[in-house]
Ligand binder design. Structure first.
Ligand SMILES: [Zn+2]
Length: 176
């Protein structure tokens, strides 16, 4: 009987460490998908015609509208829906796992826009936004807000997940 708590704590330990790669994989897929579908929704609603779409998560997803009459709406939709949609889902579920995914999206979108700014690659969102006349301050503000919110939020979500209070207490109680 006294072996029971050891077994449970190993199980709990495994659960705790296994959750990180799983959560990161889910976060990556959610981040890339919601961002790209945000472009698709924005492009469609602003009168564009979708001619190419690749959203398989093991590629870097892309979508091409031809024509794309309001390119700024198409571009901003990916950036804004990419953080807003997972945030709304997290507000509904209020679970640390869902907050982790939501804040990963804030952090990753902000990091992507800033890194693309530095790299200057012509097919990345930052370069396209600047080419189509988005003011640099709006991109700077986007990066500042999304990286700050994402950084603070993901730290809190990791802390909540590490503490993992309810689960082991419940299992130890049941074993008696
Ligand atoms: Zn994009």
């Amino acid at each position: 009987m006294h072996h029971q708590p050891d077994k449970l704590s190993i199980k709990d330990w495994r659960y705790k460490w296994f959750q990180w790669p799983v959560l990161l994989a889910i976060s990556w897929v959610v981040m890339t998908q919601v961002h790209e579908w945000g472009h698709v929704v924005g492009g469609h609603l602003s009168g564009g015609h979708l001619v190419a779409l690749d959203v398989w998560p093991w590629h870097l997803p892309y979508s091409i509208f031809e024509p794309d009459p309001q390119p700024l709406i198409t571009l901003w939709s990916g950036l804004l829906l990419g953080i807003a949609a997972p945030f709304v889902v997290a507000l509904v579920f209020r679970m640390p796992e869902v907050w982790f995914v939501s804040h990963f999206c804030w952090l990753a979108n902000g990091s992507y826009i800033s890194l693309a700014w530095i790299s200057g690659d012509s097919y990345l969102d930052t370069t396209k936004l600047l080419e189509h006349g988005a003011p640099a301050w709006s991109l700077g503000l986007y990066c500042l807000v999304s990286i700050s919110v994402g950084y603070v939020g993901i730290k809190r979500a990791i802390k909540d997940l590490m503490e993992c209070k309810a689960k082991p207490q419940m299992e130890v109680g049941e074993s008696k």
